[in-house]
Design a protein around this ligand. Structure first.
Ligand code: PXG
Ligand code: PLP
Length: 450
């Protein structure tokens, strides 16, 4: 690891002014009173500003799937930065973006082979929703304006994403958002499904909520349904067996586009390239981000079925017309594209998705060994993902899990919490001994939690 020496760290400590920066999704005042700063990273570990080596139990944030600062990715970015830093993507383009799209299309489900690049998952979601609206309009079904999301969904923080999203905290402050939106019920059913290993048995019928919304709004008004195959940010909620299949068939019956938001489930997290493949259900569009570049440079993307792309090409006006009035200054940015190419090559070369499938049974076993410890009310697992739900403290939701996060960090292990659920999702290069370290630390922490 390229570690700053102690003198440099002391200097950084003394000179760092925390005032100017407003940190995302963070209790800023609490953080600045006792900052947690990471200064370097290699493979499975971070180094903290106070000189500790911390095991990364969350792959950055569901993103650094091949581990940190991997040489082929670092070198690809360095080379691209020195060769061509930036070129506009509007009416011009550059080779690496085409190569990245081709590599991405080679691992997506059959028929999903056209890619629109963005710079984040949030932008990917907003882009997918806009593609859905424009697609129906081009086909002469311009009344299909309504977008359906799901309670407890997270689709980033753009106005589109929070509108179809179902996290109250992310929505309540921001007024009306998109007008024509409705939500299905979430699928979390702890009474029937707690401590399931993999997909829970009960709840396929919850997909019929879409049928109910079709009866209410009429199919002729509905453009698309967006769901995370596994809800990540709201606490690792797996789809009940048969649920996604049922959503698919209801969408087919009524001509509604099905969008899977694979921002965290993409790139091997469940043991196959995408959760769509793990669950055997092919959507019409998929959003991705995070591990697309192993998180080394921001990038997101929307992958669509060829028929959707072809509709824009066939009905989007003469060849000289811009078929889709949408794009970001940095869509397909050269550094991001180079990082994506190198990441996708590395995943393949090291067979990292297969490694997830191999490690998953061990991971599941270790995770479920926490059953019976204080406060643990549910454990949910698949691939290299675990959600450990804790009984909330009376009148203080989220406090118990956050305390677990702080204590684990002091024991040199980085975990993530959302509400009262601990979520872990390590890089795929994790070794069994490191899996043990993760769960042993969480076990120790749980035993002493208030
Ligand atoms: N969709 C999904 C399903 C996500 O998980 C986004 C969209 C937005 O991506 P960007 O790149 O705009 O952040 C995400 C992001 C957590 C956590 O704690 C997860 C995310 C973001 C923040 C926290 O699980 N995922
Ligand atoms: N705001 C202004 C004034 C702009 O000119 C642009 C892009 O040109 C944007 C916002 C959007 O920025 P981006 O393309 O990076 O999303």
């Amino acid at each position: 690891m390229n570690m700053p020496d102690e003198k440099a760290l002391r200097h950084l400590n003394a000179s760092l002014n925390l005032d100017s920066l407003w940190i995302p999704f963070t209790a800023n005042r609490q953080f600045k009173a006792a900052p947690r700063l990471l200064v370097s990273a290699k493979d499975m570990y971070y180094q903290t500003q106070d000189g500790r080596k911390v095991l990364d139990g969350i792959a950055g944030l569901w993103a650094v799937n091949a581990g940190h600062c991997r040489a082929p990715i670092v070198e690809a970015i360095q080379k691209q930065a020195a060769t061509m830093d930036y070129a506009t993507g509007f009416q011009m383009h550059h080779p690496a973006a085409f190569q990245a799209a081709e590599k991405l299309a080679s691992i997506t489900p059959q028929g999903m082979n056209r890619v629109f690049f963005t710079n984040s998952g949030s932008e990917a979601v907003d882009t997918a929703l806009k593609i859905a609206l424009a697609y129906h309009r081009l086909r002469g079904e311009g009344t299909r304006r309504m977008l359906i999301g799901r309670e407890r969904g997270y689709h980033g923080v753009g106005f589109g994403g929070i509108s179809v999203g179902g996290m109250v905290g992310n929505r309540k402050t921001f007024g009306n958002m998109l007008g024509s939106v409705d939500h299905m019920r979430h699928t979390h059913d702890p009474v029937r499904n707690s401590f399931s290993r993999g997909q829970p048995e009960h709840g396929a019928e919850l997909a019929d909520d879409l049928e109910r919304l079709v009866q209410l709004h009429d199919a002729s008004n509905i453009a698309a349904v967006i769901v995370e195959p596994i809800a990540g940010s709201t606490g690792v909620l797996l789809p009940p067996k048969g649920y996604l299949q049922r959503l698919r068939s209801i969408c087919d019956k009524y001509g509604i586009l099905l969008i899977f938001d694979e921002v965290i489930t993409g790139f091997g997290r469940t043991g196959k390239a995408f959760a769509a493949q793990t669950f055997g259900v092919t959507p019409d569009m998929m959003t991705c981000a995070k591990a697309l570049t192993n998180a080394a440079v921001p990038m997101g993307g929307v992958v669509v079925k060829q028929g959707i792309y072809d509709t824009f090409m066939e009905k989007g006006g003469p060849d000289s017309a811009i078929e889709f009035y949408h794009g970001y200054t940095y869509s397909g940015h050269p550094l991001a594209a180079a990082a994506a190419c190198a990441s996708l090559d590395l995943f393949k070369e090291e067979k990292l998705f297969e490694r997830v499938a191999e490690l998953a049974p061990y991971w599941e076993e270790q995770a479920h060994s926490l059953k019976g410890l204080p406060h643990v009310i549910d454990i949910r697992t698949i691939g290299l993902i675990v959600g450990i739900e804790l009984q909330p403290m009376a009148d203080k939701p989220g406090t118990r899990a956050f305390e677990a996060f702080l204590r684990a960090y002091n024991k040199n292990v980085l975990i993530r919490t959302t509400g009262d659920t601990i979520a872990m999702s390590p890089p795929f290069i994790i070794e069994k001994a490191q899996i043990d370290q993760l769960f042993d630390t969480v076990r120790d922490v749980l035993k002493t939690l208030p």
